[in-house]
Design a protein around this ligand. Structure first.
Ligand code: PLP
Length: 284
């Protein structure tokens, strides 16, 4: 596999980063994941906007222009022959030499890393036909979940807990309400209305979420942006989640309770089709 490191395209074994890099020592960095279908990038502009925002919230500039990012993404997709899959990018605050909680001087070069993962069959994921099962777990993450940092330990712990309990994923709850999933935004459907938590620092501002809500509104579907509880989810007709890599994924069980028919519902199924169709149209 060919990867990207600070402007160079290298075999992965030759891409080396300092052990003093603040991404490694402090978790001081941000990332984006952009999906690839038909060799093209989905929702690319949205991912670039959020990257700049995440960096700015941490007092960092964006090391590349959007055109440079696009070129690098396309280069990696071509060099690695990715038809379906994803491109991962990460920007960290670089290597200041000495470990220190205070940020290093602003002219410290950031570390930029990118790689691809091929996932043939991503759009036709068989899980979308059966739906997935989730459990709820208290949301013990920090309170700036709007910044897409590389600090992913708690979501990893939650994912492992879900695995140990024989289900697919976990939904986080806080003050009685669902915040989001380990790596996705969450929704329920009741009487035809799509309910999802509004944007705030409590959740990541999903790029798939933004596009999907726009497509749903264009299709005259009713959307209610408000928090919902696990009990409401269990009593809902349908549930689903969104992320760049899962697109729209039906959820058929929450904490052991089957929703509706126990199979993916018509709204989630239709939204998945709409998202795939529209995001393919606007892919670059
Ligand atoms: N929420 C969290 C915590 C995430 O990690 C992710 C994606 O990784 C999402 C939501 C979905 O965001 P997006 O649709 O931009 O992939």
């Amino acid at each position: 596999r060919t990867v990207y490191l600070n402007g160079d395209y290298l075999p992965e074994a030759e891409a080396k980063v300092s052990i003093f890099d603040r991404g490694f020592v402090m978790g001081d960095g941000v990332y984006e994941v952009t999906s690839v279908l038909d060799g093209r990038l989905l929702d690319f502009a949205g991912h670039m906007r959020r990257l700049t925002r995440s960096l700015a919230e941490l007092g960092m500039g964006n090391p590349l222009t959007d055109d440079e990012w696009l070129h690098a993404h396309r280069q990696l997709v071509t060099l690695n022959d990715v038809t379906e899959g994803m491109v991962y990018l990460q920007v960290t605050r670089g290597n200041p030499g000495d470990r220190d909680f205070a940020y290093p001087p602003e002219d410290t070069p950031q570390t930029v890393v990118m790689f691809t993962q091929s996932k043939p069959g991503l759009a036709d994921n068989p899980q979308a036909k059966t739906g997935i099962r989730v459990i709820s777990i208290p949301d013990l993450r920090w309170h700036r979940r709007d910044i897409k940092t590389v600090q992913l330990l708690y979501p990893s712990m939650a994912k492992m807990e879900a695995k140990h309990r024989g289900v697919d994923d976990a939904w986080f709850t806080e003050d009685g309400f669902v915040t989001e999933g380990t790596s996705n935004n969450t929704y329920i459907v009741k009487d035809g209305r799509i309910v999802t938590r509004p944007l705030s620092n409590d959740i990541l501002h999903g790029i798939t979420r933004a596009s999907l809500l726009r497509y749903a509104a264009e299709a005259q579907m009713q959307i209610e942006e408000r928090p919902f509880t696990i009990a409401e989810a269990q009593a809902a007709d349908e549930a689903f989640l969104t992320s760049a890599s899962a697109f729209v994924m039906p959820v058929v069980e929450v904490d052991g309770v089957a929703l509706g028919s126990g199979r993916p519902g018509p709204v989630a199924t239709r939204l998945r089709e709409i998202y795939l169709e529209e995001s393919r149209k606007s892919a670059v």
